[in-house]
Design a protein around this ligand. Sequence first.
Ligand code: HEC
Length: 141
Amino acid sequence: MLKRFLVVALAAALAGGMGYAQSDTNAPTTVNKTAATSGKQMYANYCASCHGVNGKGDGPAAAALKMPPTDLTVLSKNNNGKFPDAHIVAVLQYGAEIPSHGSAEMPVWGPILGKMDKANPELKQIRISNLSRYLETLQAK
Ligand code: HEC
């Protein structure tokens, strides 16, 4: 239920943001379309609500989720010290693996990010890659 609400709210916010960009009206928006070049800006707008500003999984929406958002600062630590770039890219593109004990609450970002730049479909991969690179900067030393 809540997941659906969050995803719908996010989709509506994104659609609103795009409507704003395309129609050039002064419609108010809650989530702006971010620069594809800034992983930091994308993270702050799309991920921090659940994963927390610092990636530790303590965002304001986290308490309402059945499954706690992954602590994104220990991705490298949990992968023998190497940042799992290919895995992160796949998760963002296709969604997290559905755990056996419940439904995944992590949104599937590929389609959402893909809709942002209809005229430049290649930007979707750039967005995903820059998000992954930003997550790499959050890794605990
Ligand atoms: C609605 C809350 C929510 C939002 C928004 C969200 N996540 Fe998640 N994320 C989760 C939850 C819950 C999990 C852990 C459970 C799961 O795998 O489904 C997770 C897991 C992950 C994982 C680990 C997956 C794995 O298999 O190792 C990564 C990486 C991740 N999120 C990145 C992101 C990024 C990047 C964004 C923003 C583009 C984002 N998340 C936005 C809730 C969210």
